[in-house]
Design a protein. Structure first.
Length: 633
């Protein structure tokens, strides 16, 4: 497996492939990234040490116990992944290549080179532009099919998968706006969440949901406990337990898979649309009342003229309008009543002129401000404050708006990637540095339900979280933090200080690496759900070719702590969509052909495609690339 990248995701991905799947890994990194720590200040040096220390060349050359193939894992330094660098990394014999550079153009150029050097290599490409990624995926798959001598075999062994770390991590981050959960995954139009349940009381019957994904750590409610660490031993979370394990651990909390919809306050109505604006937003209330008063005066004057002169009602109304606009002859020889009405009509015309000018100015101002960022309204409450509008924040904003959750964005850079998106969606946005006094207050943080601190600076996220906690102690807080150990320490401290509030600390690369690793192994990963500091993967797998699944019932196919069958794709093989996680989002249709809660006695057939939940080691065993003896029973 070849991994080429220049940030944390590349190193986490290399570690995932080597330590979990036991693969030989060649990591291609720019040389300046290895030596940059010597020129950084103390904070940057610590960050670089955390990034590169875990996957040093010495570590890469250390063999994994029980795996001779992993002993020649190595590190290749190259300015960019060009022909020479990829050939030195062994692209011609590689099974898969992951291109996870932060620059889309670099990844695309390297993907084209790799497909030319090895048409059969499996490509996993990190791209932010999803539409471009779809076209590139089709192009590279077509090139592989034409270059292979046996197109049928190439189609079964060669694939191109385009992923985005932002898209992979956004559901877990955005789902914190849903009460009681921070973990979701999309599967064929269905939004699933991993809901945390407290330990059941004696004799209490609880909703089992679709299935039980995990038993939480026995120290969940202990601030000094080992929760949040993969090294927590037998006291840590137990993934995919069987019925016996759940009966024995009746005092542990549980993570249950269930479908979910948002039931909180919806987005306030009255937004500007592409075709126009509601009357309430186009004209102010005072102006509307002024117009209504003048119209009522005109009608009253027309009726009075009709009664005074005895003319036809239409003619009386016509005379009144002429008097209002001062284009009629003076009523010198007319009765006194007619003269008085003419004077009143002229006065009404004088009052109408400034009102009409104000209406024109307000209308022009409203449409001029349609392209500007709206400000949070005074009465806004129950919303989510989204801090940081980079690529992660923009994806999270899209997820929140799909759920119709009210959002207020805070960003210090007016030219940030997500500002244009916020302007198009008419999302209230505050431009300013969150570390300055009054910025979070402008976002109505004291009336918010949740804070998502997603900037690229750990200190900024932590400072915003601590300040928000001082304003509203029970606020739901989620922070994007780079280092896992730092995130765990922050999580435990905030949980101890505010035991009644929900606090989560997440690393984007930590959430995204398992999905990229699963795609490199050749299976479609629908999503990843964190359970404390561990991860559960959701994958779409064809039953054919897997003796652990083929010909077995759903109950027999279950492996405790490894995998569990969740759903069956009932569509015919010819009509199946290639990507269950994205097809319905692009098409905007209803949920597809997945059947959940299969009968335990259903026999899995070779032509079936299933959705399963698996641990990382369980998925590695199911893919059959490592002997099963290497996976703990």
């Amino acid at each position: 497996m070849v991994v080429s990248g220049d940030d944390a995701l590349a190193h986490r991905l290399a570690g995932e492939l080597r330590e979990v799947y036991g693969e030989r890994v060649v990591l291609v990194v720019p040389p300046e990234n290895v030596t940059r720590s010597a020129q950084l200040p103390a904070g940057g040096r610590a960050r670089a040490s955390a990034l590169f220390g875990r996957m040093s060349s010495a570590m890469l050359r250390t063999p994994v116990p029980g795996s001779e193939r992993a002993s020649d894992s190595r590190l290749v330094e190259a300015v960019e992944p060009n022909d020479g660098a990829l050939i030195e990394a062994g692209i011609e014999q590689a099974a898969a290549l992951a291109l996870v550079h932060g620059d889309d153009e670099t990844n695309i150029r390297a993907a084209l080179i790799a497909r030319r050097l090895n048409p059969r290599v499996r490509l996993v490409i990190r791209l932010y532009n999803r539409k471009l990624g779809q076209y590139l995926q089709e192009l590279l798959d077509q090139a592989a099919a034409l270059a292979a001598p046996d197109p049928g075999a190439a189609a079964s062994e060669t694939s191109t998968t385009v992923l985005s770390d932002a898209d992979t991590a956004a559901p877990a981050l955005a789902a914190t706006a849903l009460a009681g959960t921070s973990k979701v995954v999309h599967a064929d139009g269905v939004l699933l969440r991993a809901g945390q349940r407290p330990p059941p009381r004696r004799g209490e019957v609880t909703d089992p949901g679709l299935c039980t994904l995990a038993l939480l750590s026995s120290t969940t409610n202990d601030p000094a406990g080992a929760e949040g660490s993969d090294r927590s031993g037998s006291e840590g979370p137990r993934l995919l337990p069987d019925e016996r394990s759940m009966d024995e651990a009746d005092r542990r909390g549980r993570v249950v898979l269930e479908t979910v919809t948002y039931t909180g306050p919806a987005q306030p109505p009255g937004r500007l649309t592409d075709l126009g604006a509601p009357l309430g937003r186009l004209f102010s209330r005072r102006l509307r009342w002024s117009l209504a008063g003048i119209v009522a005066s005109v009608i009253a004057l027309a009726i009075a003229t009709w009664l005074t002169t005895g003319d036809d009602p239409l003619h009386a109304a016509y005379l009144t309008l002429l008097d209002i606009f001062a284009i009629d002859d003076p009523a010198i020889d007319q009765p006194v009543g007619r003269q008085i009405l003419q004077l009143l009509s002229g006065l009404t015309g004088l009052l109408l002129l400034p009102v009409l000018i104000a209406a024109v100015l307000e209308g022009l101002g409203t449409f001029r401000n349609a392209s500007a960022l709206p400000r949070p309204s005074r009465g806004l409450s129950g919303h989510v404050v989204l801090l940081g509008m980079g690529k992660i924040g923009a994806r999270v904003l899209v997820r929140l708006r799909e759920l119709d959750i009210p959002v207020v964005c805070v960003e210090s850079d007016p030219e940030a990637r997500g500002i244009a998106l916020a302007r198009r969606l008419r999302v209230p946005t505050v431009i300013g540095d969150v570390t300055q006094e009054g910025i979070l207050e402008s976002a109505r943080i004291h009336r918010a339900d949740a804070l998502l601190a997603l900037t690229s600076s750990d200190t900024t996220n932590l400072e915003a979280a601590l300040y928000a906690r001082s304003v509203k102690p029970d606020l739901r807080v989620v922070m994007r933090l780079y280092d896992d150990d730092f995130a765990t320490a922050v999580y435990r401290t905030l949980r101890a200080a505010h035991p009644q509030a929900m606090t989560r600390s997440r690393s984007v690369s930590h959430l995204a690496a398992p999905a990229f690793a699963g795609a490199m192994m050749g299976r479609q990963i629908l999503g990843a759900i964190p359970v404390e500091r561990k991860v559960l993967l959701f994958a779409a797998v064809d039953v054919a070719g897997h003796p652990q699944l083929e010909g077995r019932t759903v109950e027999e196919a279950f492996r405790e702590g490894a995998w569990r069958v969740l759903a069956l794709d009932t569509s015919s093989p010819a009509d199946r969509v290639p990507d269950l996680g994205a097809a319905r989002r692009r098409g905007g249709g209803a949920p597809g052909d997945l059947v959940w809660q299969l009968p335990p006695g259903y026999v899995l057939r070779p032509e079936d495609r299933i959705v399963l939940a698996a641990t990382r080691r369980g998925l590695a065993e199911l893919l059959g690339r490592r002997p099963s003896s290497r996976v703990a029973p």
